[in-house]
Design a protein around this ligand. Structure first.
Ligand SMILES: [Zn+2]
Length: 418
């Protein structure tokens, strides 16, 4: 039997903490303490050791949590598993009961998941969410709000959330996911009100194990994909299963070989940008079409009655709003695709660097290890490091809103010149 935490790869410490908190939460519900006094402790940097009501903040349950870790480490997987454990009728996250099932399947009435599709989460969306989260849980346990990519909250949205976290309704739990607790990712005031669950980059062996066990992938392929994905579980699965994803990765790893001159550097930049655009388009087009059709149907498009024309005029605004949202999502998808390519490329130069230093570590990309070795000889440690830094600088520039094409062209030139 596998419980709700089974897919949280290589995160033993976090799982222990979450199990303990779920048990404490179940005890709180059993005690029925809510009618009398606030039974949960709100985490606060100022009062770490003890708290009223005898609940130890280091082991008990609290209203607001932040799951941090590198992309692919399983932040949202952890948040969802914890939500399931909170809704579990046994209070353990058994994986079998209706509470566990519906939460894991995304259909539990008291679990809301916010997945920002655009570049940021706006204040309107957050206010609506906070309002609904304050209602009494229909299942009698907890209202859980999971915010994926909480680092994409706008400042106003962050403030709306902060108010809710500062004075949480007795049965509401907020689970935030962010890359880190750096002030760039999450405001200091929100951070001070949350308990932090740090997740680490899962080791390749643990990722390979879950690919074999859960997805039925052969051990050889699983091992290769886990290493190539650099600890990103979802990416490892895609590489193992999707030939298109493998082809895109190969094209990216062919870049260092192709950089033979200025013209070639610009060509490589174009190719990389266009590949990211194509990948993003494939991922969002279907969703766009479905959404638009659904909205048009809801608005009565295709109607021929007297009211239909008037209704369509009013609907134009809603369609425009949808198009805006879809455009923002497409931009995000392109950036994500480009970022994945840059991470692959960084892995290649990292391999060259470790080889130049003769460091006893396994290469990220076993299939281009020979090429990285040749690079190591030619560039030495210093040249390899400079190239690795050029890739990382490109990622940082795009994150800081430099136009992707310009950032990638600058990077390609730096990679070529060394
Ligand atoms: Zn259960």
């Amino acid at each position: 039997m596998s419980d709700v935490f089974a897919d949280l790869v290589g995160q033993d410490e976090a799982v222990v903490e979450l199990r303990r908190a779920a048990t404490a939460a179940a005890a709180v519900l059993r005690a029925g303490a809510f009618d009398r006094a606030p039974a949960l402790v709100t985490a606060s940097a100022a009062e770490p050791a003890s708290a009223p009501g005898g609940v130890d903040p280091s082991t008990g349950m609290t209203h607001a949590w932040i799951f941090t870790g590198p992309p692919g480490s399983g932040r949202s997987v952890a948040a969802r598993a914890f939500a399931a454990a909170l809704q579990c009728v046994h209070g353990t996250g058994c994986g079998e009961c209706p509470g566990c099932h519906t939460t894991m399947g995304g259909t539990h009435a008291d679990v809301r998941m916010v997945v920002p599709e655009g570049l940021s989460i706006g204040v309107g969306e957050m206010r609506a969410l906070v309002l609904r989260a304050a209602s009494t849980p229909s299942g009698g346990r907890w209202q859980v709000v999971i915010i994926e990519d909480a680092d994409r909250l706008t400042e106003a949205a962050g403030n709306a959330l902060l108010k809710a976290i500062e004075e949480p309704p007795p049965r509401t739990v907020f689970l935030l996911c962010a890359p880190s607790t750096h002030p760039d990712d999450i405001s200091v005031t929100i951070r001070s009100r949350c308990r932090v669950v740090p997740l680490r980059q899962p080791p390749a062996d643990a990722v390979a194990e879950v690919l074999v066990r859960r997805d039925g992938i052969t051990p050889d392929v699983a091992q290769w994909a886990a290493a190539a994905a650099q600890g990103h579980v979802g990416r490892a699965r895609r590489l193992a299963r999707d030939p298109e994803a493998r082809k895109r990765r190969e094209a990216v790893l062919a870049v260092p070989r192709r950089l033979t001159g200025v013209g070639a550097a610009f060509d490589a930049a174009s190719a990389l940008i266009e590949a990211a655009e194509a990948e993003a388009e494939a991922s969002v087009t279907e969703a766009d079409t479905t959404e638009r059709a659904a909205l048009e149907t809801a608005l009565g498009a295709g109607g021929t009655g007297r009211g239909a024309a008037g209704a369509m005029r009013g609907a134009a605004g809603q369609l425009k709003e949808l198009e805006k949202r879809q455009k923002s999502r497409a931009t995000r998808a392109q950036r994500d695709a480009l970022d994945r390519a840059l991470v692959d490329l960084a892995g290649f130069y990292r391999d060259a660097l470790t080889m130049a230093l003769r460091a006893p570590v396994a290469p990220v990309h076993t299939d281009t290890a020979a090429l990285a070795g040749a690079g190591a000889q030619k560039w030495d440690a210093e040249g390899s490091l400079r190239r690795l830094e050029a890739v990382l600088a490109c990622r940082a520039a795009i994150e800081a809103n430099v136009k992707p094409r310009i950032a990638v062209e600058a990077m390609m030139l730096a990679l070529w010149k060394g």
